[in-house]
Design a protein around this ligand. Sequence first.
Ligand code: AHG
Ligand code: MN
Ligand code: MN
Length: 364
Amino acid sequence: MPLSQRWTLSRYLIEQRRRFPQASGELNALILDVSLACKAIARIVSFGELGDSIGQAPQPVGGSVNVQGEVQKPLDVLSNEIFLRMNEWNGHLAGMASEEMETPYQIPAQFQRGKYLLVFDPLDGSSNIDVNVSVGSVFSVLRAPDEAGEGARDVTEADFLQPGSAQVAAGYAIYGPTTMLVLSVGYGVAGFTLNPNLGEFVLTHPDIRIPADAHEFAINTSNSRFWEPPIKRFVDECLAGRTGPRGKDFNMRWIASMVAEAHRILMRGGVFMYPRDTKDPDKPGRLRLLYEANPIGFIVEQAGGRASTGRQPVLGVKPSALHQRIGLVFGSKNEVERIERYHREPAPNDSNVPLFAERSLFRD
Ligand code: AHG
Ligand code: MN
Ligand code: MN
């Protein structure tokens, strides 16, 4: 299709806004600033070790440890700075929070404050940077509580502790062979590909839908000894393939970059699991609720898929802390529902359950 017939991100946002004649356009403006941050990060990521040739000196701060106890790479810190600088000035935000900052970021006094909160993981899968594998950025937009909106007071951690169902918009950018932005403002999911010549995100995937059934799963199997029985059962049944209870063969993928995993699932279906396990009793899961699980969950559900902790829809979880971790399962609806069912049911090798309970003439 010629470029002249394609929509830019700006046009898509304007067309979406027509649903709300009273809308001020602030959300659109905010998303455009977020998209600019993603373009800046894409550019830096694409230069890799040559980063200093675009004026990006190696960052001395890399190697420090963030609030999660994880080593921050220089690009984690730099991407966080880019998100802050691109979004602090526009007057649409009451505050920001990120994986890389222990406490919420207050909009500096010289700028106006607005009615939204922005929460982000500036660089997801950053361990993949060194090996030139896809990474991404993930973001979530919430409304600031009235008492904190438009600068009435500084934001607090409690202001951000809203369930994922309260998100106004969510999205991610993936820095892969092409850079893409995948976005939902609550009416389906659209994907945009960065045209590097124009520096514009162009609508290439207007209505992304996740197939209900899958034959591909993603999980870090090195953790299998720590899995809870429902996850073990689900994976065992996938591995059993055609002659097992599922009656079909499955394929497996693990990129160790949730954004890349989510993107594959949005494009062709599948199920992703980073479930709660017994590896570290202090960590109920690996991924973070507010800036990983919730935005990805919102997008997945907007695309007709499902996102769950295994026990409940992830978007229904009331957060208790900014950096809370959670078990996460998302992707093709029927697979996620099956995993949820396995969490409710006793395992088939329980003495109460007839052998091969999953086998039936009417196998689904
Ligand atoms: P981050 O780089 O923001 O810390 O996130 C990495 C996450 C996620 O992207 C990925 O799914 C997971 O960590 C990989 O974990 P393993 O190293 O256990 O495979
Ligand atoms: Mn991450
Ligand atoms: Mn990160």
